[in-house]
Design a protein around this ligand. Structure first.
Ligand code: DOR
Ligand code: ZN
Length: 358
């Protein structure tokens, strides 16, 4: 049976677009699918100022394909001691800076410039609370004594909970929430929202480890247990407004994935939406897809609602799907979600603005 659903054009509230030839190779996947995309600042050197955002934005827009007519990147800067508070306030006021992203140093790809404790940044967070600038948090302990699968819960209770208690006006996004503890944390904190990735919704650690180690599923925070996945899916499909799609699409060349140490990151910009659609479909909650992928983020970020829709159809069509891309330098990146992509087709459907009452 063919099943179809029409949803407002979706947004991606967490994406890594990289730079140079990798940016050129990946940006079209995001720009053709999504309208807003919140671009992460973990380049080397990290993006920490309005000036760096402006030049990065130019490089991104120069690489966007012409048929991606309505792509609207937003930018987070990297939480670091070098942030100039006046520059941050100016950037937030003129819209060039959407948020500040906290990375625990050593937790993930390009996090060396991150913090060793959130408490070192309380004066910055106070300014952000006053100026209504959202804090995005990679919530993962780097304490080697903490088991890798418990690191989100540990970080949330030891670091983010006291910050939220001290600054109740600060708006926070728990990025790529990966555990039931993370879901509970968001539910208990009214000013906290969360992004959820396609891969955390659709895979668990047995997919990562049970039948040979799968470097293409390795990301930070790591994909966790079946119980955690069920909690994420329940949250994403619940209709609760605090949960939104953030793909955390993070391309790495196969040379960095298949060596003795795999870099963390899943490249899902190509098929992430199909992966989420299939997860919702399997949960019997396809009706909630628009809320999660389109509506909740727009409301959370206070941006203009879309005037177009996309239609996702579950049907098997005989076609050849790409399984990887190659950059101009010859680096190959594996596309996550080909299984789900084989089950879904996605069409862009322009509609009149009146459809959404805007
Ligand atoms: O898996 C990840 N990859 N998690 C992150 O937080 C960063 C990202 C990347 O930049 O590769
Ligand atoms: Zn990320």
């Amino acid at each position: 049976m063919t099943i179809s659903i029409e949803i407002p054009q979706p947004d991606d509230w967490h994406v890594h677009l990289r730079d140079g030839d990798m940016l050129a190779a990946v940006v079209g996947y995001t720009a053709r699918r999504f309208r807003y995309a919140l671009v992460m600042p973990n380049l080397v050197p990290a993006i920490t100022s309005t000036a760096a955002v402006a030049t990065y934005r130019e490089r991104i827009m120069a690489a966007v394909p012409v048929d991606a007519a309505d792509f609207r990147p937003l930018f987070a800067i990297y939480c670091s001691r070098v942030i100039d508070l006046d520059d941050l306030r100016r950037g937030a006021a003129d819209g060039s800076i959407a948020a500040v992203k906290y990375y625990p140093a050593g937790a993930t790809t390009n996090s060396a410039a991150g913090g060793s404790s959130m408490f070192d940044f309380m004066s910055l967070f106070e300014v952000m609370a006053d100026s209504e600038i959202r804090l995005l948090v990679h919530a993962e302990s780097t304490d080697p004594a903490i088991d890798i699968f418990d690191r989100e819960a540990h970080f949330l209770s030891e670091q983010l909970a006291p910050v939220c208690a001290a600054l109740p006006e600060l708006s926070v996004t728990v990025e790529h929430v990966s555990t039931s503890d993370g879901v509970d944390f968001v539910a208990a904190h009214p000013r906290c929202a969360a992004t959820i990735t396609p891969h955390h919704l659709a895979r668990d650690r047995s997919h990562l480890l049970a039948n040979g180690m799968r470097p293409d599923l390795y990301c930070k925070p790591v994909i966790n247990s079946t119980t955690d996945r069920a909690a994420l899916l329940a949250a994403a499909t619940s209709g609760a407004k605090g949960y939104m799609l953030g793909t955390d699409s993070a391309p790495h060349p196969t040379t960095a994935k298949y060596g003795p140490v795999a870099k963390a990151g899943v490249f899902n910009a190509a098929y992430g939406l199909e992966v989420v659609a299939e997860a919702f479909y399997q949960a019997g909650r396809l009706d909630q897809l628009g809320q999660f992928a389109s509506t909740n983020g727009v409301a959370c970020w206070g941006v203009e609602p879309p005037s177009s829709t996309i239609t996702l159809t579950r049907e098997t069509i005989d076609r050849e799907l790409a399984t990887s891309l190659t950059t101009t330098k010859g680096d190959e990146v594996v596309l996550f979600g080909t299984e789900e992509a084989a089950l879904w087709t996605i069409q862009t459907t322009p509609v009149t603005a009146a459809t959404f009452g805007c």
